[in-house]
Design a binder for this molecule. Structure first.
Ligand code: NZQ
Ligand code: ZN
Length: 389
């Protein structure tokens, strides 16, 4: 473990079937004005809205709602939310939904006390908040992004064909608390369940396929990956299995609450490619990642051979005897491919409606990261994307 780091994660987690019991005590810590943020209506169908509203009413809060936060929230919706938070002098923003609702709430929280345009300030210039951040709390209804315990927010500008993530350094942006009741996720459509599972798995890969020293972060990452693989298999066949879904929910939180990135570099190129695809297609986040992962990892594999070989043995249990390092590395990626097919995630970009005519826009929207085993050129990005079609 050769890196130097500071680790601080202030988000308080309430986990389990009774997790919502923690909400009243949390609400008591903040002023009367609550902005309740949610998506396109799933929480009204599955009863989560009623449960949360009952707690808000019992605690006598002034509640203003922002409804209709779409998957991959847009800049137009963000500006609308900032205006609501300003007008109501929000004391707390309560996000009830998946990663999109949590991300959106954080993006509003850093802008509510600020006069600059939120997109320009945070997603073009990548500044840190220069105004007080409104506290955010989350009631999570979809597992995958890790947004419930991190300082990330991803916003899409459809006109400019850009989907941009900002991971804030300021820990004030992290949710003050997150309520994780796995039962709240049981109403998810199967496609979203598996997209979330793959998203969580890929977050771990992004932090694992980098660096060369032995470190605790990689060992924790391997344990998390094994759990996501095993429970993902169970959930893919029985998506009402509480035990599997609860393990996935908790593993997804730890996959991206910054712990496993400590003391080492990180890659994040699959996410950059996925965000490029998302900018052009508005496709489901986890599916944009699954569609590009294997061609990308096969492209960089030789540059990080020891880690890919370790992945094969430590995550997939492949016996190394009689295999070269390269054969082992290839076998690991083949096992990962078989598992992805078992989950039923998108295996190529054509499944997301992408054609060769879209590639210029996707290449233009793809940011290049430098922490992984190989730094891609824009030409490499194009070649990898061609393999994904
Ligand atoms: O809008 P509603 O009606 O709630 O429906 C949502 C949405 O259609 C539905 N859903 C959520 N919970 C449900 C449910 N349907 C039935 N029952 C439930 N319990 O699922 C659909 C997808 O929801 P969304 O929030 O978009 O999914 P996800 O959690 O995957 O979030 C995706 C967003 O998070 C960003 C992505 O880029 C994307 O914009 N990410 C955020 C990250 C972070 N903060 O660190 C990291 C990730 O890599 C990711 O980039
Ligand atoms: Zn992701």
């Amino acid at each position: 473990m050769l890196g130097t780091f500071t680790y601080h994660n202030p988000t308080k987690i309430y986990f389990g079937p009774n997790a919502l019991e923690g909400l009243a005590g949390e609400l008591a810590k903040y002023g009367p004005n609550v902005v309740l943020v949610y998506g396109g209506g799933s929480i009204k169908k599955n009863g989560v809205y009623d449960q949360v509203a009952a707690v808000l009413n019992a605690t006598g809060k002034n509640v203003t709602e922002i409804a209709g936060v779409m998957p991959n929230p847009t800049i137009e919706k963000l500006r609308e939310g900032v205006a609501v938070a300003k007008a109501t002098s929000a004391d707390l923003i309560l996000a009830v939904g998946g990663g999109s609702v949590c991300d959106y709430s954080k993006a509003v929280s850093v802008s509510a006390n600020c006069d600059e345009d939120p997109w320009e300030k945070y997603f073009v210039r990548f500044e840190e908040p220069s105004c007080p951040v409104v506290p955010v709390g989350c009631v999570l209804t979809m597992a995958g992004t890790g947004s419930e315990m991190n300082a990330g927010a991803v916003i899409t500008d459809h006109a400019a064909k850009l989907k941009v993530g900002h991971v804030f350094a300021n820990s004030d942006v992290m949710p003050k608390f997150s309520i994780l009741n796995p039962e709240f996720t049981l109403s998810l459509p199967h496609r979203q369940v598996v997209a979330g599972i793959y998203d969580a798995f890929n977050h771990i890969c992004e932090q694992y396929f980098s660096g060369s020293d032995d470190n605790v972060s990689d060992s924790i990452a391997e344990g998390l990956m094994r759990s996501v693989v095993e429970n993902g298999r169970i959930a893919a066949n029985d998506d009402q299995n509480y035990e599997a879904r609860s393990n996935i929910m908790w593993a997804a939180t730890w996959a991206l609450n910054t712990l496993i990135a400590k003391g080492k570099p990180t890659d994040w190129m699959v996410h950059m490619l996925g965000q490029g695809v998302g900018a052009v297609t508005d496709a489901t986040h986890g599916m944009t990642l699954s569609a590009v992962s294997l061609p990308y990892y096969r492209f960089i594999m030789d540059a990080g051979l020891p880690k890919f070989a370790r992945f094969a043995t430590h995550v997939w249990g492949i016996n190394p005897v009689g295999k070269s390092e390269r054969e082992l590395a290839e076998a690991g990626l083949s096992s990962m491919e078989a598992w992805m097919r078992e989950l039923g995630v998108a295996m190529n970009l054509a499944e997301l409606g992408v054609t060769e005519a879209d590639l210029d826009d996707i290449v233009a929207a793809t940011f290049i990261m430098t922490g992984g085993y190989k730094t891609l050129t824009k030409e490499d990005v194009r070649n990898v994307l061609l393999q994904c079609l």
